[in-house]
Design a protein around this ligand. Sequence first.
Ligand code: ATP
Ligand code: MG
Length: 448
Amino acid sequence: MIRKLLRRVFKRTEPAAPAELAIIPVERHGLHREQLSPAARKVCSVLQERGHTAYVVGGAVRDLLAGQTPKDFDVATSATPEQVRESFRRSRIIGRRFKIVHVMSGPETIEVSTFRAGQNAESTETDEHGRILRDNVFGNQREDATRRDFTVNALYFDPTDETIHDYHHGVADLQQKTLRMIGDPRTRYREDPVRMLRAVRLGAKLGLSIDPDARQPIREMATLIENVPPARLFDEMLKLLFSGHAVTCLKQLREEGLHHGLLPLLDVILEQPQGERFVWLSLDNTDQRVRQGKPVSPGFLFATLLWHEVLAAWEIRKAEGEPLYPALFAAMDQVLEQQAGKLAITRRIAGDIKDIWALQPRFDKRAGKAPYRVIEQPRYRAGWDFLRLRAESGELPMELADWWERFARAGHDERAAMLEPETDGPARKRRRRRRKTPSGSAEGAASE
Ligand code: ATP
Ligand code: MG
C-alpha cells in the first residue's frame, strides 16, 4: 500500500524532473547516416550549415533502430518555420496553429518542425477532460522531447556525427522491447486519448510490449476516445488497419477493452458472430498485401468490415417486401450513416465502398447480357476480389468466384458457352422494368 503510494508520488514528480540527455555514439546504437533517405540528410545538413540544429526524429529513427523501413522522415530543428522556408526553394509552410514546413526534394517530402515547448498550463488549452486543444509555442530540444508520447519516439539522430540524442532512455527501451510513455501515462492519455490507440499500434508494429504503467490505465480510460474528433480518429484507424499488423492490433484492442462502445466500426468487427470469419480473412489479406508492398484501398477494406451489417439490413428490407436493388441501396446508406457519427469516412471512400457492394448481387446473374456488362464495370476487379473473399469465408460457393474469373479471361466463344440459359420471360421483364426507373434514383438516394 505504502509502496504503491510512494510510487505514485514519485511518478507525479517525474515529469517535472529535468530529463537527462544521453548522447549515444554510433558504436552503441548502430544507425548510420547512409540508412537515411537522401532528402532527410540534405535537409539536416542545409539547416546545420545555416547555424541551426537539426535532427531526424521520431518514427524513422525508431523504425530504423528496430530494423524496419520507415514510411517517411521527419526532421526537428531549432530553426523557425520561416527560416526553414527560406532555406529551401521547394518548400511550403503548412498548418495554421502550429506551422510546420514541407520540404520537397526529388520525389520525397520531408516534414520539418520547429522544437515545441512542453505542455504546460500557460501555453496549453484543454477541454474539460484535459484533452489538449491547442499548444503552439516553440521550445527547445529538451522540451520537444518531453512532449512526445513514447520514449522510443523521442530519439534525435544527427546525420553529421551519427549520434542519437536520447532524453528518456528510448534506445534502452527499444533494445528491451518496451513501449514506455514519457511522463505520467494517465495524464498523457487525458491530454490526447489517441495515444492509447498509438500504444497498441506501435506495440504491434514493432513487437514491443506496452509497459505495465502505460498499459494498465487504458481499460479504465478507454471511453475518453469518444471526445476525439471523428476525422482524427479516422486517420488513426486507417494507420492501424494499414499498418501491416491489423490482425494483431485489433486483437490487442479487444484485449485492452479499447474497442467496446467506442467505435461502431470496431464493435461491428469484433462483436459480430456472423461475419467474423469474413472480417478476419479480409484483415489478414490486407496485412499480407501491405507487407508485400501491394496497393491497398480503404474503400475495399471498409466494404468488407461492414458487409455483414449490410447483409443483415438488406435481408430485413427484402423480407418487408422492398425490391432487391432499392433495398440494397437503402441498407448501404443505413450502415454507412451509423458509422458517420464517429468515423468521418470521406465521401470518396464511401463512394468506393458503395461501388463494391452494389456489384455483389450482380454476380448472381450468369445469363444473358448482364455478365458482359458486369466485367466492364470500372470497379469490377475490386468487386471480384470482394466476391472471392466472400467465397473463402464460406458465404458463397467458391465455384461462383471461379466462374467469374474464367468468364472475365475467356474469349468470345468460350464466354458464350459458359452462360447459363436465360430464366423464364416474366422474371426478365420484371428485371428490365426495375432497372429503368430506380437506377438513377437509387444512386441519388445513395449519395445523400
Ligand atoms: P508512424 O509514422 O509509423 O505512424 P510515428 O511515431 O512516426 O509513427 P507520426 O504520426 O508520424 O507517428 O508522428 C511523428 C512523431 O511525432 C512521433 O514519433 C512522436 O514523437 C510524435 N507524436 C505523434 N503523435 C503524437 C501524439 N499523439 N502525442 C505525442 N507525440 C506524438
Ligand atoms: Mg511518422
